[in-house]
Ligand binder design. Structure first.
Ligand code: PGA
Length: 254
């Protein structure tokens, strides 16, 4: 899988803005060549699926709750996501880890719930600034992967994409350098190889997220082993997002 472009709207855009976005955006990109996904707030999932219609653009959720059903006021299950037409979901986004104190063990359960309902998973991992400056990036990546993937079979990883998102680069305007991203994607591949095997490590797509913009995407697209991007702030404008998809996929074609 190459040319992956995911837009994470976070808690932004109104219903009517999402409607305008989708109606305009879908005519601006080629979703037969690129793997594109829009990660919208829960309440917009059903409408997003309807508006995307017959395109290949994926309807994405930004989170899921880890239990099947029950007394969990305010939460949304994988089954409910499926009923809304969700194709793919983010798990372990750094904002969930930092602001909502999500643990790796919960992330592991969320992945299992999503897989049960045949929803693809984007597992987000990454180190904080402090962890990097202490030289602990490798350790952190290894722990996040090992605990998130605990008990998952090799074939289940076919429905997973790993997003390397250094916490210090998200929404800060400070993106990681190509060298840093290449190094961490190597750590991710090596960890998957150690936990599973080489074939699995080679086929699992790794994408990058953290202050990706129309300005820096061309340079970032040159990174070996990075199959695409998870874009927050710069994806909120459909022209920007379409420009990023089109420019970057031109660069990486062939
Ligand atoms: P950003 O967010 O592009 O605004 O840094 C990326 C993300 O949170 O996935």
């Amino acid at each position: 899988m190459n040319n992956i472009y995911f837009a994470n709207f976070k808690m932004n855009l109104s219903f009517s803005e999402i409607e305008t976005y989708i109606k305009s955006f879908k005519g601006l990109v080629d979703s037969n060549v690129n793997h594109i996904g829009l990660f919208v707030p829960y309440i917009a999932l059903k409408e997003t699926k309807n508006l995307l219609g017959k395109t290949n653009i994926l309807t994405g959720a930004q989170n899921v709750f880890q239990e099947e059903t029950g007394a969990f006021t305010g939460e949304v299950s994988a089954q409910m996501l499926k009923e809304c037409g969700t194709d793919i979901a983010l798990v372990g986004h750094s904002e969930r880890r930092q602001l909502f104190k999500e643990k790796d063990s919960e992330i592991n359960k969320k992945i299992k719930q999503l897989m049960k309902y045949n929803i693809k998973v984007v597992l987000c991992i990454g180190e904080t600034k402090e962890e990097r400056s202490l030289g602990n990036t490798k350790k952190v990546i290894f722990k996040q992967l090992r605990e998130a993937l605990a008990g998952l079979y090799e074939n289940e990883l076919d429905n997973m994409i790993i997003a390397y998102e250094p916490v210090w680069a998200i929404g800060t305007g400070e993106n990681a350098t190509n060298k840093m991203i290449e190094e961490v994607s190597g750590i991710i591949k090596q960890t998957i190889q150690d936990l599973y095997n080489k074939v699995t490590a080679e086929k699992i797509p790794v994408i990058y997220g953290g202050s990706v913009t129309p300005k820096n995407i061309k340079i970032l697209s040159k990174i070996k082993n990075i199959k695409g991007f998870l874009i927050g702030g710069a994806s909120l404008n459909y022209n920007n997002f379409a420009e990023m998809v089109n420019e970057s996929s031109k660069k990486t074609e062939g």
